[in-house]
Design a protein around this ligand. Structure first.
Ligand SMILES: *Cc1c(COP(=O)(O)O)cnc(C)c1O
Length: 454
């Protein structure tokens, strides 16, 4: 094989990527000041004359790599980030060489075929209705947007309204009920769709952030009810069985935001999700708990025709079947983001997915127990991989967090839970081992003992 400049460049990128991964274990979870300062080299004007590609790659690695958060590493506990499984990341690298426009079979036979398998496997591993349509979108945000637009269009069609032709001009009013703990991105999707934040009907939740069925607002056949599998602070689940029954008795549509929590269904924690399969649409991410690279998310709609109808992008020059991804997602030209998801599922298998989720939940429970015995307030029940913590008052809580971050035992973010400052620890990286969680717990223990922090 002749070594061309292109192959040399790709080999250089691969070598740099390997060197980065080899040092991931030692990298600080959050970049230091020197790394931040190094970013000033990027503030250059657009060059008139292009630079050498090797030099561009070098600049990105030398000054970019140190300024990454080590979210692909073992000690990143922020948000619900997840790392990238080697199998998924490797599939992604091969895909870059293919550079496929994965809109339909015509544009990429391999992408259409493998994404179809990935869709079927997702319905299998998450045990959702097998006839559902599955769209691979960029994010849970985008997938929520597609599911909710399918929901509204379908409810309007049931009232004889042709949304595609007439839009919302004089249309019957569709109401949306959301939990008061609804994720900001579900609100964003609703806002973009024109529902209006002042018109959302808010369902009160219990101290764990779950909708209380006894206080569920009235529903009818012009209502979309949004539920959660995995509340972003507590990791809790709405009680699906009574809520979905009430919704369907009233003729409402139920959408479930399961960005990370839906994966509990593939584990021994499955009971938390009981009844979720009765909903009408679901969103989940690959790039969080399944540990695939960004951007990989999934829109699932029980009525496959409803999703395909809402997302249709057929044109005279580009006709495709209703299961073509361009007709199930927002994008026309798109990356085959179902392929890394396929690679993750094929490599883990049903058993590997269950073990990944269970191991993280076990670690979260262990951490919560340890910290409780060290004097921390654990604010949630810790049914999943999220631990919500606080120590004494708001100020001490924040000071202890800074102390632990400075120790580089881990990075994690803050939140406000029921009016009080707290921090959130999420265990969602395949790389995180028990020793990493022990190190974090020890750093918390030392901070709690340090009187100067009070
Ligand atoms: C992360 C998250 C989202 C948004 O997912 P993106 O893929 O980042 O758009 C929605 N809901 C919950 C509960 C989340 O944790």
């Amino acid at each position: 094989m002749a070594v061309t400049p292109e192959l040399e460049l790709i080999a250089d990128a691969d070598a740099r990527a390997s060197a980065y991964l080899a040092t991931l274990q030692q990298r600080p979870p959050f970049p230091d000041q020197t790394a931040h300062d190094g970013l000033t080299v990027f503030a250059e004007p657009l060059p008139e004359q292009g630079h050498d590609a090797t030099d561009t790659l070098r600049l990105l690695d030398v000054h970019g790599s140190p300024a990454t958060t080590a979210s692909n590493g073992p000690r990143y506990f922020g948000f619900v980030i997840g790392a990238a499984l080697p199998a998924a990341a490797a599939a992604e690298r091969l895909m870059l060489a293919w550079d496929q426009c994965a809109s339909s079979y015509d544009n990429s036979p391999v992408a259409a075929t493998v994404e179809k398998v990935a869709g079927a496997w997702l319905l299998d591993v998450l045990d959702l209705p097998r006839e559902s349509g599955v769209g691979f979108g960029t994010s849970a945000t985008a997938c929520t947007l597609t599911c909710l637009s399918a929901a509204r269009r379908s409810l309007l069609a049931r009232h004889g309204w042709d949304f595609d032709r007439d839009g919302l001009h004089g249309a019957p009013q569709i109401r949306v009920v959301v939990p008061d703990t609804v994720h900001i991105t579900v609100k964003k999707a609703l806002r973009l769709l024109g529902f209006g934040m002042a018109h959302l009907v808010v369902a009160p939740t219990d101290p764990q952030g779950r909708i209380d069925p006894a206080r569920l607002p009235a529903l009818d056949d012009r209502t979309i009810l949004c539920l959660q599998a995995g509340e972003v602070n507590t990791g809790e689940f709405d009680p699906f069985i009574p809520l979905i029954k009430a919704a369907h008795d009233a003729g409402a549509w139920v959408h479930v935001d399961g960005a990370f929590g839906l994966w509990a269904r593939a584990s021994s924690r499955r009971v938390l999700t009981d009844g979720v399969e009765q909903a009408d649409s679901w969103t989940t991410d690959g790039h969080k708990w399944l540990n695939t690279p960004y951007d990989g998310a999934v829109a699932i709609c029980r009525d496959a025709e409803a999703l395909a109808g809402a997302m249709n992008a057929d044109a005279a020059y580009s006709m495709a079947s209703k299961d073509a991804q361009k007709n199930l997602t927002l994008e026309f030209s798109r990356r085959a983001r179902g392929i890394p998801i396929w690679a993750a599922l094929r490599t883990l298998g049903r058993k590997g997915v269950a073990e990944l989720v269970d191991r993280h939940c076990d670690e979260a429970a262990w951490l919560a127990d340890r910290l409780r015995s060290t004097g921390f307030d654990v604010l949630n029940r810790v049914v999943l991989n999220q631990v919500l913590l606080r120590f004494e008052d708001d100020e001490v809580t924040m000071r202890l967090r800074q102390h632990v971050l400075a120790s580089e035992a881990g990075w994690f973010g803050t939140t406000i839970w029921q009016g009080r400052s707290a921090f959130r620890i999420s265990i969602s990286s395949w790389r995180t081992q028990h020793e990493d969680v022990v190190r974090l717990a020890n750093a918390f223990g030392q901070a709690a003992e340090d009187r100067s922090l009070r």
